[in-house]
Write a protein that binds this ligand. Structure first.
Ligand code: 5GP
Length: 217
């Protein structure tokens, strides 16, 4: 008989270590990382999303502190200087970075944190955090990616071309990640990521001395 796992890993798994887990999602611009993360958060309400800092101008509808913290280049460079940035990248002429304090506070409260970052961003997180988990989202094809970038209507032709050019290099880095998904369908991808997170939470490395607790019950 098939059994459905409950929605949220933290509610489901007892005896979890107090520290949360970092999940990095990378993939080319337009692959649908943001939409997949939104669908995942509806399934796993206790999963928190790290809000990044960027020097890119806000797109219409984007809010400071919700979609990104929008900062000037000078402000961003001062944050790097003051060690306030956990990892950062200079991507298509703009800085993007993860604020250190917010992530560390969430992890120490036992919250799992999902980050939407460039490929170098994920690789730098994997280098700093042994137990981080990395997921690469592939588009079904390059032409599907192009159509999605055009359909999104948030970038002009030149920016779309530079993001597509970058996409090929990014896609070639996919084998460096722990998991590779093809984003054919948002809900399906979100569900696959939920399974990955649930499985990752069961890894022995995240359950130190769990067997002793069981033996002492
Ligand atoms: P966009 O301009 O489309 O919002 O984002 C461009 C790229 O920046 C995306 O691939 C996104 O994953 C990445 N990105 C967003 N926030 C961060 C961050 O904090 N660090 C890094 N390294 N990349 C980020």
């Amino acid at each position: 008989m098939a059994v459905d796992l409950p929605a949220d890993s933290i509610q489901y798994l007892e005896d979890m270590p107090p520290r949360g887990m970092l999940v990095c999602i990378s993939g080319p611009s337009g692959v649908g990382k943001g939409t997949v993360i939104e669908a995942l958060k509806r399934r796993m309400p206790r999963l928190t999303h790290s809000v990044s800092v960027t020097t890119r101008p806000p797109r219409s509808g984007e809010q400071d502190g919700v979609d990104y913290f929008f900062r000037t280049v000078e402000e961003f460079e001062a944050m790097i200087e003051n060690d306030e940035i956990l990892e950062y990248d200079f991507y298509c002429s703009n800085y993007y970075g993860t604020p250190r304090r917010a992530v560390e506070e969430k992890l120490s409260r036992g919250e799992d944190v999902i980050m939407d970052v460039t490929v170098p961003g994920s690789l730098s997180i994997l280098y700093k955090f042994d137990a981080a988990c990395s997921i690469f989202l592939l588009p079904p094809s390059l032409s599907a990616l192009r159509e999605r970038l055009i359909g999104r209507g948030t970038e002009n032709g030149d920016i779309i071309d530079s993001r597509l050019l970058k996409a090929v290099d990014e896609i070639e880095m996919a084998p460096k990640f722990d998991y590779i998904l093809i984003n054919n369908d948002v809900n399906f991808s979100a569900e696959e990521i939920r399974y990955i997170i649930l499985a990752e939470k069961l890894r022995a490395i995240r359950r130190p001395a769990i067997e002793q607790k069981v033996l002492n019950r």
